[in-house]
Design a protein around this ligand. Structure first.
Ligand code: PRT
Ligand code: ZN
Length: 290
């Protein structure tokens, strides 16, 4: 029987959440002794535990049908060659931005980059960004500690990943322009796979889609006057067609139930109350099959 191969980061920022996604999808994983692979015990799936930089190559070559990788790593890979990997889901974790940064006191404008040196671990994306802006500048490729480059005199600017911004700040730098907004993505190979394998890919994707939808969704129940329904459905975040039922013995009052596909904040509840809603319940959803 066919088994799917999924490449995930062995250790690092995406490793735990990649495994958590599988766990949420009901897939139990057992590590092997080598530490290079792991095996699902209740789904036909083998994991390849690798460095994140190698994941696009594994998937592109078809060694793994699927992979979980940062969009930043994927896009850098894709700029170097023909399309052989396709994004099939955005996973919402590992968010960060690839940004140009300059000295904290500089009055930066994009033309400042002209003729300068930019240190980065993402030379293809940086050059692509510069070309789109019509800037002629040089990239200096570094594998790590990019933020030290200006201080060491290796480069004038950096193009690096930023999440909280603390690393840049600690090095006297500030982010000034965004090259890419990144998050982790589920990718599949564009190499042909047989029918049984294609079905497994679809089955795993359906489960991960369910996990993502569930984590973003809430089930809302409330009571309201019937004439407030238009306002209430407008306020409910990402709810398509709420269920509306009459309330026994309460003329003109209805119960509304809806799946909200976006975050439900306290502000939303306050707005609902102003619109006439009462007895508002917000409940987590455990599983969802779309
Ligand atoms: O060993 P392996 O090659 O697999 O791992 P790695 O060391 O190359 O990558 P890792 O584990 O550090 O990151 C994996 C992925 O996490 C990246 O490719 C991104 O998609 C994502 N990610 C999210 C980040 C960050 N946030 C992040 N902040 N990757 C790196 N950083 C670094 C950044 O390079 C900078 O040095 O964190 C520093 C900045 O953080 P702040 O919070 O100070 O701005
Ligand atoms: Zn890496």
């Amino acid at each position: 029987m066919s088994r799917l191969h999924l490449a995930i980061q062995k250790s690092g920022r995406l490793a735990d959440q990649s495994r958590e996604l599988l766990k949420q999808a009901g897939i139990k994983v057992q590590d092997t002794k080598t530490g290079l692979t792991a095996r699902a015990t209740n789904f036909p799936l083998d994991l390849m535990l690798v460095r994140d930089d190698d994941i696009p190559t594994f998937v592109g070559d078809g060694v793994c049908e699927l992979g979980i990788v940062g969009l930043n790593v994927l896009e850098e890979y894709r700029l170097g060659q023909d399309d052989d990997v396709e994004i099939i889901a955005r996973l919402g974790f590992g968010s960060c931005k690839l940004m140009i940064a300059c000295h904290e006191n500089e009055a930066f404008e994009i033309a400042s980059l002209e003729g300068k040196r930019i240190a980065t671990s993402y030379p293809r994306m940086t050059r692509h960004f510069l070309a789109e802006k019509g800037i002629d500048a040089e990239t200096v490729t570094m594998q790590g500690a990019v933020e030290l480059a200006p201080r060491l005199g290796i480069a004038d600017y950096v193009c690096d990943l930023v999440s909280s911004g603390q690393t840049l700040e600690a090095n006297g730098l500030k982010p000034v322009d965004t090259v890419l907004e990144s998050e982790s993505v589920l990718v599949r190979t564009l190499k042909p796979v047989d029918g049984a394998m294609a079905e497994l890919v679809d089955a795993l994707k359906a489960r991960t889609d369910g996990v993502i939808a569930t984590s973003e969704s809430k089930y809302i129940v409330l009571n309201a006057p019937e004439n407030a329904l238009a306002d209430i459905t407008r306020i409910l975040p990402g709810a398509e067609a709420p269920t509306v039922m009459p309330l026994l013995g309460r003329q003109g009052q209805v119960a509304v139930q809806a799946v909200c596909r976006e975050s439900v904040f306290w502000e939303t509840l306050e707005e609902l109350k102003v619109a006439g809603a009462r007895d508002i319940l917000v409940m987590p959803i455990e599983k969802m099959m779309l």
